[in-house]
Design a protein around this ligand. Structure first.
Ligand code: CUA
Length: 328
């Protein structure tokens, strides 16, 4: 870029929704500008034309015009509703991940982003991802509220301690894009930045393969045996805790009545706060693991429990994609 150029008005547009979001933004801005300018000019012109002139008598008073009232109420209502329907439709598409996204896990802490890939590689303040494939992030924080923001994708989501939030996006262009923390989180909030590196799918597979380290599932299995979880959660009959195989994604009957879906949030809660939602037929004997296992460890445990079988996916697809890429 040469020095005489103005900085760009908008960040690069590099996701499936960024173009449409910019269009909606431009539409709302244009409508607002049009009416602001039209009203300002109208006010000025009318005030000038109909100013009090010397010797003018008091004019005839107007007491209302129903047709006019209907028009200037009806038209703005239609315009504002167009913002609403377009915005809501886009919002729901931005919040609903497609069926089979690439899942990546994020832990925020003062003042860095820790990223874990399903296949093993971990990174700090960098997220490598493939182009043209939906990516879903499951995120939590070790300390305070942070916010994961990628302007080029037009996405932003708060990252909260003690619970999971998710977001998804699909990049349409390879390249390196800014990652910002957009929730004030302490002294070095402004330095809590990173890079999103969007690669061709085969480059991404090569990068994954070169990352080394055990997969999230394998790390979870190791932690599971280290913490002695199998003592109670073995699959034998009469075990002190419920069996975990095939648990993920099912509805769990609770001792207090009612049911809850065994998703990431429920599994996390059951590890950190075991007494909160106890499965019907079991006693409240599990101690909390809050503080004994890190947020990354909890994500690993959940990945392992998911790998024990789900109701929606028959097998774990993550391991095969690497081999497919290697064999080409
Ligand atoms: Cu993390 Cu601001």
């Amino acid at each position: 870029m040469n020095g005489s150029q103005l900085p760009p008005l908008l960040p690069p547009s590099a996701s499936t929704i960024s173009g449409e979001l910019d269009l909606l933004f431009a539409y709302i801005t244009a409508v607002s500008l049009f009416f602001t300018v039209a009203i300002a000019i109208g006010l000025g012109v009318l005030a000038f034309l109909y100013r009090r002139k010397a010797g003018d008598p008091i004019p005839k008073q107007i007491h209302g015009n129903t047709a006019l009232e209907l028009v200037w109420t009806g038209i703005p209502v239609l315009i504002v509703l167009s913002f609403f329907f377009w915005g809501t439709d886009l919002f729901f598409r931005m919040r609903t991940p497609p069926a089979d996204p690439l899942e990546i896990f994020v832990v925020g802490k003062q003042w860095m982003w820790k990223i874990q890939h399903q296949e093993g590689p971990r990174e700090i303040n960098e997220l490598h991802m493939p182009v043209g494939q939906p990516v879903k992030l499951t995120m939590t924080s070790e300390d305070v509220i942070h916010s994961f923001s990628v302007p080029a994708f037009r996405v932003k989501q708060d990252v909260l301690p003690g619970r999971y939030t998710t977001m998804w996006f699909e990049a349409t262009k390879t390249g390196t894009y800014h990652l910002f923390c957009t929730e004030y989180c302490g002294t070095e909030h402004a330095g809590m930045m990173g890079r999103i590196i969007v690669m061709e799918p085969n480059e991404y597979q090569a990068w994954l393969g070169g990352g080394g380290g055990e997969s999230l599932t394998a790390a979870g299995e190791r932690l599971f045996s280290q913490l002695g979880c199998a003592t109670c959660h073995g699959d034998q009959a009469g075990a002190r805790g419920p069996a975990l195989a095939g648990l993920y994604g099912t509805d769990v009957q609770l001792g207090t009545g009612g049911a809850v879906t065994a998703d990431e949030a429920y599994l996390r809660e059951s590890i950190t706060e075991p007494a909160a939602k106890v499965v019907a037929g079991y006693d409240v004997i599990m101690p909390t693991f809050l503080g004994q296992v890190s947020e990354e460890g909890i994500l690993q445990l959940i990945a392992y429990i998911r790998s024990l079988g789900t109701t929606t996916e028959p097998s774990e697809p993550a391991a095969t994609t690497v081999e497919e890429a290697d064999s080409e």
